[in-house]
Design a protein. Structure first.
Length: 212
């Protein structure tokens, strides 16, 4: 009998059904290979072990036959294979357990493999969104939130903008058709802000409470 760890979700990627008036505009998840390359830096890791192998081989090749020098250096290639396999497994699991959702009122990120976390990011709590485009249409969208929204870099990783430790930025990492998704996000956020401005008797926090 199969087991679904997320069978409790009424809608895939959401901990509860959206309130009336909220519509899902887009759902997706990272490409597992792009996530492994960009977030887990598998190429840099393999390059490091290749350097160790070459350094070991060159350093001993002048004191022993080339065949024996290769055997002495070979363990570095074995270690590289093991580490690469582990990184691929981590990248695959992280990607397959992640669901990014954009609605007409917020961004929802269900992230985490061992410890699953669901982030609700209302548009009124977002100051800016930056698109980083890659090859073949893949890219990442970093979300810059207001000062009162605080996150842990370690909890967000790898769904976070690289090197932004002081103020971590949740990110939709390595998604396909990233420019099109960014356009959907931009249009939805603009429409939401117009909606908030049309409620003079309600504050943004009152409106956010409906979707948080």
């Amino acid at each position: 009998m199969s087991h679904d760890d997320f069978a409790f979700e009424p809608i895939r990627g959401l901990p509860e059904r959206p309130p009336e008036g909220e519509v899902i505009l887009w759902q997706g998840q990272p490409n597992w290979w792009r996530l492994t390359v960009e977030s887990l830096n598998i190429y840099w890791v393999l390059g490091y072990f290749a350097f160790l192998f070459a350094w070991r081989f060159i350093s001993v090749s002048d004191i022993m036959p080339l065949e024996q020098a290769f055997k002495v250096s070979f363990p570095f290639l074995v270690l590289a294979s093991i580490v690469a396999a582990l990184l691929i497994i981590v990248g695959y699991i992280q990607a397959k357990t992640t669901v990014y959702t954009i609605t007409n009122k917020r961004i929802v990120m269900r992230i985490g493999a061992a410890l699953t976390v669901t982030l609700n990011l209302p548009f009124t709590k977002i100051e800016n969104a930056a698109l980083a485009s890659g090859s073949k249409g893949f890219g990442s969208i970093a979300i810059d939130t207001t000062q009162d929204a605080k996150f842990s870099f370690l909890v967000l990783w790898p769904h976070v903008r690289s090197w932004h430790f002081k103020k971590p930025q949740p990110s939709l990492r390595c998604i396909p058709a990233a420019p099109e998704v960014a356009e959907i996000l931009a249009n939805a956020a603009k429409a939401r802000l117009v909606e908030v401005k049309n409620y003079p008797n309600q504050t943004a926090s009152d409106l956010d409470a409906v979707v948080s």
